[in-house]
Design a protein around this ligand. Structure first.
Ligand code: AMP
Ligand code: TRP
Length: 334
């Protein structure tokens, strides 16, 4: 049976979208618009698994929408909305909490990372976060999920949950098993200060990341200060194995300049890292600085952004309600 292709992805409104989000996820969101129907969700219910100041959360939701639009999402083509506006996410999450197993959640590495040493103090929401993520995807019967590599394990769990639901309720193929779309070379953009850690919103030093809102000046400064290597750039990948910061810079340059890593190594080998940094800063300023300007411009008209969310909510709700009707019936809820 051929199923209609549908992409779904979510981004948490926790501020400071960065180059990792752009290359790992947003850039793919944009190109998928040409291939299939797409639903992009600002996952505010996921964000509150860790305490958020209400006023900041409201601002961050709008800023995430602005970032979606500034990087090229088209609200006429894609459904753009915030998760809490469609109550079906929370309802299906509850049903899936009863399908998912403790043993499965206990294996989730993101919970271990985020909960830290004192798991007893983590919110219950943080623990069952992956079940809500499965609900997001399955509520729309999405077939494709563009994400960065850090979400791979959560996607596998979503497939397990979908499979178990289909088995438990004797409805083979009811939920399609969603396929992760993870970019090959840039699935994990690393911190500019420590090439063993991923670039993240929560890293304390702003010098560890390029934010989508950074100005040309900030981008130049951050790339100049980025950790690299004192030797010359080699002509092969093998020599970069123990130099994660250098590899990360070359990887970013390759992706942004749209040249393969092999080609970049031919261009750069034998040169100092300062040369790479000058070139990298140039292409980053060209690509990211206009995005930052656009985000700031869009944030000047909050009612326009709210309007987009409202329209998206209406469209999402129609699909969600239709699917939920069938889900309730399968489970035996009257
Ligand atoms: P988040 O901001 O955690 O909601 O992440 C939004 C999307 O960006 C997800 O698909 C992540 O997998 C992706 N992402 C986050 N950080 C990185 C990174 N450093 N490299 C590549 N992708 C990332
Ligand atoms: N957990 C994802 C992240 O932190 C965000 C997310 C929530 C998501 N629901 C989703 C991603 C559904 C893809 C599909 O990045």
């Amino acid at each position: 049976m051929s199923k209609k292709k549908l992409a779904f992805s979510g981004v948490q409104p926790t501020g400071n979208l960065h180059l990792g989000n752009y290359l790992g996820a947003l850039k793919n969101f944009v190109s998928l618009q040409k291939e299939m129907e797409c639903i992009y969700c600002v996952v505010d219910l996921h964000a509150i698994t860790v305490f958020q100041k209400p006023e900041e959360l409201r601002n961050n939701v709008l800023e995430t929408v602005a970032s979606f639009l500034a990087t090229g999402l088209d609200s006429e083509k894609s459904i753009i909305f915030n998760q809490s506006a469609v109550s079906g996410h929370a309802e299906l999450a509850w049903i899936l909490n009863c399908v998912s197993r403790m043993g499965w959640l206990n294996r989730m590495t993101q919970f271990k990372d985020k909960a830290g040493a004192d798991k007893e103090k983590a919110s219950v929401g943080l623990y069952i976060y992956p079940n809500l993520m499965a609900a997001d995807i399955l509520l729309y019967k999405a077939t494709h999920v563009p994400v960065g590599a850090d979400q791979k394990q959560h996607l596998e769990l979503s497939r397990d949950i979908a499979q178990k639901f289909n088995n438990d309720f004797n409805c083979k193929n009811f939920f399609p098993l969603p396929e992760a779309l993870i970019p090959k070379n840039v699935s994990r953009i690393m911190s500019l200060r420590d090439g063993t850690k991923k670039m993240s919103k929560s890293e304390e030093s702003d010098y560890s990341r390029i934010n989508l809102k950074d100005t040309a000046d900030e981008i130049n400064k951050k790339i100049k200060k980025a950790k690299s290597d004192s030797e010359q750039i080699p002509d092969n990948l093998k020599s970069l194995e123990k130099k994660p910061e250098a590899l990360n810079l070359l990887n970013i340059y390759s992706e942004i300049s749209r040249n393969s890593l092999d080609k970049v190594l031919i261009e750069m080998s034998g040169k100092e890292y300062s040369y790479l940094k000058t070139k990298l800063a140039e292409v980053l300023v060209e690509t990211i600085a206009p995005v930052g300007k656009e985000i700031k411009k869009l944030l000047g008209d909050r009612s326009h952004l709210e309007q987009i969310l409202k329209k998206g909510k209406q469209k999402a709700n129609i699909i969600a309600e239709e699917n939920l009707k069938n889900i309730r019936e399968k489970v035996g809820l009257i």
